[in-house]
Design a protein around this ligand. Structure first.
Ligand SMILES: C[S@@+](CC[C@H](N)C(=O)[O-])C[C@H]1O[C@@H](n2cnc3c(N)ncnc32)[C@H](O)[C@@H]1O
Length: 289
């Protein structure tokens, strides 16, 4: 099973400017793909890997077994990076990576409830401590549901789909129930795209992804040593907006420098090999004195 295929690896390694003896943090360890490449590129550096998903941490632990002396893996929410670093007795870091969104494992494992392609329970949560989609839907208002579909998924016909979902929210049991409703409310030729958008919107809502990113990214910047670099990869316009805004503010306040003037995208060759990389957008900010 392929857990995840890391994107923009060469760019992450180049911008991280890995140095022996320095400490780096991957806030979204996932299957350990970026961590493994960074460990191989700089075996005398120290790494922290955080992920909210215990399955990701278990997988990363097995992939990174040979490096257990240089790499500490922690299950937790990156929005709580301060708490995590305090527990590790670490004040500052030399580089921090956020690779937002979901892993291939999460979206292709029916039991996790992220997938519209397979029947699965209405969970859609990254951490077992988060309230599942099924419970969240029971207490939502029609207005809120429409807002979520529009702002997190740009869903076509979001009002109608919100109405259909709202009317049947108490009897929804599986991901296929949601898919069926979306298909009912969408013209045939847009159904697949709209399913993807609805599932993305619900996932972002259930996991409070945009607030976590805004809080985690801001806290991470404060933990950077002067000269340290914050690298963030977005897959969705909502994520990219938060990253762009924070990095530009640091630049404007002379607390940071934007290292790449333009957003960095994967090459055509990378997208050919890994089509899921196509929406990736990488930004880098270096902390100034
Ligand atoms: C795109 S994947 C990262 C893949 C990883 N870079 C790799 O090479 O395998 C995103 C990961 O971020 C994790 N994640 C999402 N929100 C999180 C949060 N608030 N705190 C910690 N991890 C989070 C997900 O569980 C998922 O494993």
């Amino acid at each position: 099973m392929i857990f995840h295929c890391p994107v923009l690896v060469a760019e992450v390694i180049r911008y991280m400017r890995l140095q022996p003896g320095n400490t780096y943090c991957d806030c979204t360890a996932g299957g350990g793909g970026h961590l493994l490449q960074m460990l191989q590129a700089s075996p005398e550096s120290t790494f922290i890997g955080i992920d909210w998903d215990p399955d990701a941490i278990a997988h990363a632990q097995s992939v990174l077994q040979a490096y257990h002396d240089q790499c500490t893996l922690i299950q937790g929410n990156f929005a709580e990076i301060d708490l995590i670093l305090e527990r590790l007795k670490l004040d500052e870091l030399d580089g921090i990576l956020f690779d937002c969104g979901v892993s291939l494992y999460q979206v292709t494992t029916p039991a996790r409830g992220f997938s519209y392609d397979h029947d699965g329970p209405l969970l859609m949560r990254m951490s077992p401590n988060t309230m599942a989609l099924k419970e969240r839907l029971r207490s939502i208002s029609k207005h809120e549901l429409a807002f979520i579909l529009r702002s997190y998924g740009d869903v076509r016909g979001y009002r109608r789909i919100a109405e259909l979902l709202y009317a049947r929210r108490m009897s929804l049991r599986t991901t296929v129930d949601i898919r069926t409703i979306v298909e009912q409310g969408t013209p045939k030729r847009f159904q697949k795209k709209n399913c993807r958008r609805v599932f993305q919107a619900l996932r972002i809502w259930v996991n409070d992804e945009l607030n976590n990113l805004a809080n985690g990214l801001a806290a991470a910047f404060e933990r950077l040593r002067v000269g340290g670099r914050l690298i963030a990869i977005a897959y969705h316009s909502g994520e990219d907006r938060i990253i762009k805004r924070q990095f530009r503010e640091h630049h404007a306040n002379k607390r940071g420098v934007l290292l790449a003037k333009k957003v960095i995208r994967p090459s055509a060759e990378e997208v050919r090999v890994n089509p899921r990389a196509r929406s990736a957008r990488l930004r880098v900010c270096e902390k100034c004195a």
